[in-house]
Design a protein around this ligand. Structure first.
Ligand code: K7E
Ligand code: CUA
Length: 694
C-alpha cells in the first residue's frame, strides 16, 4: 500500500533525467525501505499519500509519506536523506580533506553530511583566517620563487600523516602543481606552518604522498625542463631536459620539512605523473608513472604533432619503481650532485646503484595506487580500458633475476609479463583507484563517467563473494569524475562505507551560477556488497577545482578547542615570551620604532588610542586573552591593509611603517559579543614636523 503510493509519486517526477543513465529505482526494488517508510508513516492509509490533498491531516502519521510524495522523492532519495541528514549538533563521523584546486587552499568537509567546515588557507592569502594581511606573510614568502611573490596555488594531492601506514591525524601536506611547492599543515590548529619551494622543478604533480611513517613527503615533478629551469633550447630536449622526484624529510619533532636532509633523483624527461609510497611488504619502495616516454616536444604552430598526440603514440609508458632505502644510503654516502644548491642523485648513479627500475604500463597512465597490504600496485592508463595490477613480489623477483632490457637512458625496464599479476577491464578512461575493507577496489572512469567496483584477488578475495579480478558493479556519476576517495582508502586498513566521487562537471545538477559551474562532490554509499552502491548526496564546490581528497575517521583528529595558553604563537606552537597579557598592555618607543602591546577581550582592545609619528616603524603585538571556545577577535586597520584573526589565546605580531599620516580606526571584524561594534580604537599618525609647518 505504502509501496504503491510512493511508486506513483516517483512516476510523476518531472525533474530532468540524467543523460542516458539507467532509470532510478522505484520502491519495488527496495523493499526494506517500503517497510521503513511504512513504519515511519505509522502504517495508516497508504493510498492517501499519493494524493496529498486527500490525506488531510498534517499530523505525524502521514507526514513523511506525504512530504516524499509532494517532493517527488523516490525511496532511494529518502534512504539517501536518512543516511546523510545530521540533526543540529550531531558531529559527522568522517572528515574529508580536499585539495582546493586553484583556490590554493584545502577544504575540510564533514561526512556524511557533506557540510563545509572550513577552508585552510595555504598558498593564497585568505581574509577570514587573517592569512597574508599582517600575519602569515613570512610563511607565504617561503613560497616566493626567486624573489617573486606567488600568491596562489594549484593544489592537487593532500596527504595525511601516517604511522605504520595508517592516518594518525597529526599533519597534512599539500602540493602546488603550478609552482612545485609543498605546504605543511598542523592539524592541532589546522593552520599552515611551512611552505617549501622545490629548487629544481617548476611543476609538481606527484606530490604529496607520504611514506608509511611520514619519514618522507614525496614530490614528483611533471613537465620536464632542464633541472633548475635554466635555459636550453627544445632541440636539446633529450639531452638537457629532465624529470625528477624529490624526497622531503619530515621532522615530526619540529613539525617541519628539513631541506638539509632531503634530496632528489634525476629522472628521464618522461613527464612523471603521480607517485605512491609502498607499504607493509613494499615499504621502502616508491612507485610513480610517466606520460611522455615519446619525448614529444610539441610545436603545433610549426606543423609538429601537438603534445596531446605526440605524447600518446606509444602503447606503453614506464612505471617508475624506486628503491628509496637504497637512495637514502646513496644520499648519505654523498654520491650526489648539486643543482641550485640542492642534492640530486644523478640518473646514471640511480642506474648504477640499482635505485631506479621501469616496467611498461598502459597507454597514458594516470593513477598509481598501492593496495592496502602493499603487495599490489594498480595502474590506470587513460587510453586503456583495463587497470593493470603489478605484483610487488614479482617485481622484486624480476629485479633479482635481472629480467630487464635497458631503455634509451639505460634504465632497466622489467619484463612486463614477469611483473603483472592481473588485468581487469573496468571501462573507458580509468584514472584513480581506491580500496575498501571488503577486498574491493574502485576505479574512476573519466570517459564513462562512472566508478567501477572490482574485486582484488589473492588474500583479498576471501573478503568478497565474487571471483577475483572481476567487475562487481558500476555506479554512474555526474559527470567526468577525476579522483575518488574512500574512507581511509589509501591506508593499510581502509574503512569502506563511503566514497566520494570528485567530478569535474556539474551540468544540470545545480542552479547555474553563470557559465563557470561548480565542481561536484558526490557521496556514495559503498557499505553493501556486490553492485549495490548508492549515490547519496551532491555537494557543489564553487571555489576551485579540487583533485584528490583523503577521508579520515573524525575521532582520529584531536584538534585544540582553544590555544593551550594565553600568548600562544601558532607558528612556533608555544607561548611567546613577550606576548602582551592582561595588565601588561603598553606602548614603548625606541628611537623611531614603536612597540604596541595590546590585548583583545570581549569587547575592547587595550589600548584604544595608539599615537605614532609619521615615518615611525610600528611593531604591533596583540593577544586575544579570551579563553572561551569560539571567542575569536578580528583586527583590521584600514589603508594599512592589516587584517588578523585572533583565536582564543593566540598572539600575533605585525609590522608596518606609518607612512600615511591621519586618523585610522581599527576595529574587530568578528561579531564576538553584543558590544562588538564598540570593539574599536584610533590609530593616530601625526604628520612629520615639515608637513605640520606648511
Ligand atoms: Cu587526476 Cu592532479 Cu591526481 Cu586531477 S590529478 S583528477
Ligand atoms: Cu571582538 Cu568583535
Amino acid at each position: 500500500m505504502k509501496q504503491q503510493s510512493i511508486q506513483i509519486s516517483s512516476n510523476r517526477r518531472s525533474r530532468p533525467k540524467p543523460r542516458g543513465r539507467s532509470p532510478r529505482r522505484t520502491l519495488g526494488s527496495v523493499p526494506a525501505l517500503g517497510v521503513l517508510l511504512a513504519v515511519m508513516a505509522g502504517c495508516g492509509g497508504g493510498e492517501q499519500a499519493s494524493t496529498p490533498a486527500a490525506s488531510g491531516s498534517a499530523g505525524g502519521a502521514a507526514t513523511i509519506d506525504q512530504i516524499a510524495a509532494q517532493r517527488e522523492l523516490t525511496p532511494d532519495d529518502v534512504r539517501a536523506a536518512l543516511l546523510t541528514y545530521q540533526p543540529s549538533g550531531r558531529i559527522d563521523d568522517y572528515v574529508l580533506f580536499a585539495s582546493g584546486g586553484h583556490s590554493g587552499q584545502v577544504f575540510v568537509i564533514g561526512m556524511p553530511s557533506m557540510r563545509l567546515l572550513r577552508s585552510i588557507a595555504v598558498f593564497t592569502p585568505e581574509p577570514w583566517q587573517g592569512w597574508g594581511y599582517g600575519v602569515g606573510q613570512d610563511i607565504l614568502e617561503q613560497g616566493d620563487v626567486e624573489g617573486k611573490p606567488i600568491r596562489w596555488g594549484d593544489t592537487h594531492h593532500p596527504a595525511l600523516s601516517e604511522t605504520a601506514g595508517d592516518y594518525d591525524g597529526q599533519w597534512l601536506f599539500i602540493n602546488d602543481k603550478a609552482n612545485a611547492r609543498i605546504a605543511v599543515i598542523d592539524l592541532r590548529d589546522f593552520e599552515t606552518k611551512q611552505i617549501i619551494k622545490n629548487p629544481i622543478a617548476l611543476n609538481d604533480h606527484g606530490g604529496t604522498m607520504v611514506t608509511p611513517n611520514t619519514d618522507y613527503v614525496i614530490e614528483g615533478g611533471q613537465y620536464a625542463t632542464p633541472l633548475g629551469w635554466s635555459y636550453a633550447p627544445l632541440s636539446e630536449y633529450n639531452e638537457s631536459y629532465r624529470g625528477m622526484v624529490t624526497f622531503w624529510k619530515f621532522d615530526r619533532e619540529k613539525g617541519r620539512i628539513d631541506p638539509q636532509r632531503s634530496f632528489a633523483l634525476e629522472l628521464p624527461p618522461y613527464w612523471q605523473d603521480i607517485f605512491d609510497a609502498g607499504k607493509l611488504v613494499s615499504e621502502g619502495w616508491v612507485f610513480g608513472n610517466s606520460i611522455n616516454t615519446e619525448l614529444a616536444t610539441g610545436g603545433i604552430e610549426s606543423g609538429n604533432a601537438p603534445f596531446e598526440a605526440g605524447a600518446s603514440q606509444r602503447d606503453a609508458d614506464y612505471l617508475h619503481i624506486i628503491d628509496l632505502k637504497k637512495a637514502e644510503m646513496v644520499f648519505a654516502a654523498g654520491k650526489f650532485e648539486k643543482v641550485k644548491d640542492f642534492p640530486v642523485i644523478s640518473l646514471q648513479t640511480c642506474i648504477d646503484e640499482g635505485i631506479l627500475f621501469f616496467a611498461p604500463e598502459p597507454k597514458s597512465p594516470h593513477g598509481v595506487d598501492v593496495a592496502p597490504k602493499g603487495d599490489l600496485i594498480v595502474v590506470s592508463g587513460k587510453l586503456d580500458p583495463h587497470v593493470t595490477i603489478y605484483s610487488f613480489e614479482k617485481i622484486k623477483k624480476a629485479i633479482a633475476d635481472k629480467k630487464w632490457e635497458p631503455e634509451q637512458y639505460g634504465v632497466p625496464v622489467l619484463d612486463l609479463d614477469a611483473v603483472v599479476e592481473a588485468r581487469v577491464e573496468v571501462g573507458l578512461g580509468p584514472l584513480h583507484t581506491q580500496f575498501d575493507d571488503k577486498g574491493y577496489a574502485y576505479t574512476s572512469l573519466f570517459l564513462d563517467t562512472q566508478v567501477t567496483r572490482w574485486t582484488l584477488g589473492g588474500d583479498y578475495s576471501k573478503l568478497h563473494p565474487e571471483s577475483a579480478w572481476t567487475v562487481a558493479g558500476k555506479i554512474n556519476v555526474h559527470y567526468n569524475v577525476g579522483h575518488i576517495a574512500t574512507a581511509e582508502g589509501d591506508t593499510v586498513s581502509p574503512d569502506g562505507r563511503y566514497m566520494v566521487s570528485m567530478n569535474k562537471w556539474s551540468v544540470d545538477r545545480f542552479f547555474t551560477p553563470g557559465p563557470l559551474l561548480p565542481q561536484n562532490f558526490q557521496l556514495i554509499d559503498i557499505a553493501q556488497e556486490g553492485d549495490k552502491m548508492q549515490l547519496l548526496y551532491d555537494m557543489p564546490v564553487g571555489v576551485g577545482e579540487p583533485h584528490y581528497a583523503q577521508i579520515i575517521k573524525a575521532d582520529k583528529l584531536k584538534p585544540w578547542n582553544v590555544y593551550p595558553q594565553v600568548g600562544w604563537d601558532p607558528h612556533s606552537q608555544q607561548v611567546k615570551a613577550d606576548a602582551p597579557t592582561a595588565g601588561k598592555e603598553r606602548i614603548e618607543r625606541d628611537g623611531n620604532t614603536v612597540n604596541v602591546y595590546m590585548t583583545a577581550v570581549r569587547s575592547h582592545y587595550n589600548p584604544e588610542h595608539v599615537e605614532v609619528n609619521e615615518g615611525d616603524h610600528v611593531v604591533w603585538h596583540i593577544t586575544n586573552v579570551d579563553r572561551a571556545q569560539d571567542a575569536t577577535h578580528g583586527f583590521a586597520i584600514p589603508v594599512y591593509d592589516i587584517n588578523l584573526s585572533l583565536e582564543p589565546g593566540e598572539t600575533a605580531t605585525f609590522e608596518f611603517t606609518a607612512d600615511q599620516p591621519g586618523v585610522f580606526t581599527y576595529y574587530c571584524t568578528e561579531f564576538c559579543s553584543a558590544l562588538h561594534l564598540e570593539m574599536t580604537g584610533y590609530l593616530l599618525v601625526k604628520p612629520s614636523q615639515t608637513a605640520l609647518a606648511q
